[in-house]
Ligand binder design. Structure first.
Ligand code: GLA
Length: 752
């Protein structure tokens, strides 16, 4: 696999020459040099964005974290690396060293990054500093256990704007015998010792993803993980850690990060006996084994992390900026999400040419820009019991293939999208009847079904080639602009009987490598193709899949009230630029809750707007409402999708009030959304204080929907909107409002 840091590495600052003992390694016209090596002290220092990160080689030759936090002054001294003093015979010298990347060997008690066993029975691995180099702006530090013949090359790729660092490792077997990797992390992030840390993380389930949870970090370990074969939604591979009670939305030190991997993963957070906190992320060691023959190597995914002094809100904004500029495929970075129509909730599997054409005509008339045909268009797919795997157009539903519908959609001025679930197969399918050995399974054992389907073993070359060619053919013969790429179950019985027992567990790595490779090749061959990552909702959202796709489906739950919490949770880790949100029917199918079309639109306008209702049943009045919102959305979507997001009132824990604000990157526009799930007695809606405006600029406000208190000025300064705030009149149950603030110039004399 190519190392998964291409965007970051490509935009890294150019390197200067290495001179003398204190060297400036990188420089650009606008940024201070980000990487310095002090050969006298044997320390590396990275300065980027508002952070400094430093590590050094200690007297034992171990690579030890020295500092990770707010930016230090250029001449501030850094200590030379020295391991913590031994505390007792149970914590001897070297046991607790906060190593950058630790092998399990010697006396260590910190969580190792790499644990191995050799063919001869040895399991001891002591990694010591060997050398460094800088390639295309990425610092590469080599560690080695000379006797064992194992090297690890650590990569540090730095984003100069956000200060987010991407770290990964390459494990190389230089020995004359095979080595099996039992546990492989991408990196460990060491935080300064403290006893008052708390952890925020995301958890959920199908139709209930993205709940934000907080728990204190106490001595012992916390494991965020997926053992499901894919990213999963039980936990998401993202974390944020802050100090004590002092951190909130806009204040406090926050260390945060995310792992770019779409297979089973683990982020292990450990507070040790010295109150040191270590965050180790990589492949999930559960059921993991990866054997390297002599001369072979393995690249890990990238574990990204950042730091801010300015609370979890700023941590999210740094992540959003980083994702948009460094993770998303280049052509997706500045592209706005088109308004989309998808009939899944309206028609389910009952798709056919005439019905889809009627929907397309109506959608276009409402202002929709992309029309997507969901499940049911192929094979014998009339329910979820059959057809998956047979990617040929169902001629009963589309007698002349997809072309007439695609032409119609294009003629209406919309792009065309199609649902696929390429990694799966129904036992009742031609593909499975022909290739029953293509699925994950253990010889002779039961094959557990999920949604009546099995998982194709993409780790097999023949299977992944088949999937690539099927999709390549589909895209070559049909003028398709967009694929909704679904993935609707977990792994079970993850055997690979065609491999030797020693090689079978590579499936956890090779499957995902092949998945990435298929998508990369499709994108290379079909330039401009856009892809949505969907997994029964939001079960495959991570920075790995995001680097190859354009948008994600956060949840099958389209209830606009539940969506407020789902979208809020999502926004801690991921950018609104990729978050799709549909307006669907009322009452909602998930929970039977009724809501107005206004509430549904405003909830969905917080991300990439889609329509998923049966629009053929809408009344003329509803059509007019929809047309109005879609037009309004097009005016604000650059701000919503690409702007700086401020969470003003949190909808978590089913809070009645919630509000968000997005400020355009050029500062010209701010968009405010406010929601009331359930009014209480005669209480007024809380005053909303805007953020991120220019105090000395004047802003004209207008409502997209809702009512502001009498006396709200039409024009006022940024200072006014941020400090006096705005009072919106939201009442009753399920009420919503939205307002736009346009910057119209500077305050007359610029003074208070
Ligand atoms: C999954 C997706 C839905 C829809 C169905 C189709 O559940 O999350 O949006 O595409 O599959 O079967």
């Amino acid at each position: 696999m190519k190392r998964a840091i291409p965007c970051l590495a490509a935009t890294m600052l150019a390197l200067g020459a290495w001179l003398g003992s204190s060297v400036t390694a990188c420089a650009s016209s606008t940024q201070a040099a980000p990487i310095h090596y002090d050969a006298g002290r044997r320390t590396f220092r990275i300065d980027a964005g508002k952070i400094t990160y430093a590590f050094g080689v200690n007297g034992n030759g171990a690579l030890q974290t020295l500092y990770w936090g707010a930016r230090l002054m250029a001449n501030d001294p850094l200590p030379t690396a020295a391991p913590p003093a031994p505390r007792s015979s149970f914590d001897p010298a070297g046991a607790n060293t906060p190593q950058e990347y630790a092998g399990w060997g010697g006396p260590i008690t910190v969580m190792p990054d790499l644990k191995v066993h050799f063919a001869d029975g040895n399991r001891d691995l002591v990694l010591r500093y060997d050398s460094y180099r800088i390639v295309d702006g990425t610092l590469m530090v080599t560690l080695r256990d000379k006797q064992a013949g194992v090297s690890v090359v650590l990569d540090y790729a730095v984003d100069a704007n956000t200060g987010i660092i991407g770290r990964s490792a390459r494990i190389e077997n230089h020995a004359t015998q095979a080595v099996t990797l039992d546990r492989v992390a991408a990196a460990s992030w060491n935080l300064p010792p403290a006893t008052d840390y708390s952890l925020r993380y995301l958890t959920g389930t199908w139709a209930g993803e993205w709940h934000l949870r907080t728990r204190p970090l106490t001595p012992g370990a916390t494991e965020l993980e997926s053992r499901r074969g894919s990213t999963g939604d039980e936990n998401n591979p993202w974390f944020a850690i802050g100090r004590g009670a002092e951190w909130n939305e806009s204040r406090g030190r926050v260390w945060f990060g995310a792992l770019a991997w779409s297979g089973s993963w683990s982020i292990h957070i450990d507070q040790d006996v010295l109150s040191q906190v270590r965050v180790t992320g990589g492949y999930n060691p559960f059921d993991f084994a990866y054997q390297l023959e002599p001369g072979q190597s393995l690249d890990t995914p990238v574990f990204y992390a950042g730091y801010t002094d300015d609370g979890i809100g700023e941590a999210s904004r740094l992540m959003h900026q980083f994702e948009r500029s460094r993770i998303l495929p280049a052509h997706a970075q500045l592209k706005l999400r088109p308004v989309l129509y998808n009939s899944w909730e309206a028609t389910e599997f009952k798709v056919d040419e005439a019905g889809q054409e009627r929907l397309a005509e109506k959608a276009a008339a409402l202002g929709v820009e992309r029309f997507v045909v969901d499940d049911g268009w192929f094979g014998a797919r009339n329910s979820d019991h059959a057809g998956l795997g047979d990617w040929t157009v169902n001629r009963e539903k589309f007698p002349n293939g997809l072309k007439p519908l695609i032409d119609k959609v294009h003629g209406l001025g919309m792009s065309f999208g199609l649902w696929v679930e390429p990694e799966m197969v129904n036992p009742d399918s031609d593909l499975y009847r022909k290739h029953p050995d293509w699925v994950l399974n253990f010889d002779g054992r039961q094959r557990s079904l999920g949604r009546n389907q099995l998982v194709l073993n993409l780790a097999r070359d023949d299977v992944s080639e088949h999937i690539f060619h099927v999709l390549d053919d589909l895209l070559s013969h049909n003028d398709i602009q967009f694929l909704k790429w679904d993935y609707n179950r977990n792994w079970s019985e993850p055997g690979w009987p065609q491999q030797t027992p020693e090689q079978q567990q590579k499936v956890y790595v090779t499957y995902v490598q092949h998945l990435y490779d298929i998508i990369r090749r499709l994108r290379e061959r079909h330039l401009g193709l856009e892809i949505e990552s969907c997994s029964g909702g939001g079960a495959r959202v991570d920075l790995g899949i995001m680097s190859l796709t354009d948008e994600v489906w956060p949840s099958d739950n389209t209830d606009p009230s539940d969506r407020l919490s789902i979208q809020d949770g999502f926004s801690y880790a991921y950018a609104p630029a990729v978050m799709m949100a549909w307006v669907t029917g009322s009452p909602n199918w998930v929970n039977g809750r009724s809501s107005s079309l206004d509430f549904r639109f405003l909830s969905s306008m917080q991300g990439g707007l889609g329509i998923g209702a049966n629009i053929l049943q809408w009344t003329p009045a509803e059509d007019a409402t929809a047309r109005g919102y879609i037009a309004a959305y097009k005016d604000i979507r650059a701000t919503v999708q690409l702007g700086r997001l401020y969470r003003l009132l949190s909808p978590q824990e089913r809070a009645p009030h919630s509000a968000t604000e997005s400020v355009a990157t050029d500062g010209r526009q701010a968009v405010l959304f406010a929601f009331l799930r359930q009014g209480q007695e005669a209480q007024a809606y809380p005053t909303l204080y805007l953020q991120g405006l220019d105090e000395t600029a004047r802003y004209r406000y207008r409502l997209i929907h809702g009512k502001a208190a009498n006396g709200t000025p039409e024009v006022a300064s940024g200072a006014y909107w941020m400090h006096r705030g705005i009072d919106l009149e939201l009442r009753g149950d399920m009420d919503a409002a939205a307002a736009v603030f346009e910057r119209i110039g500077k305050v007359a004399n610029g003074s208070r």
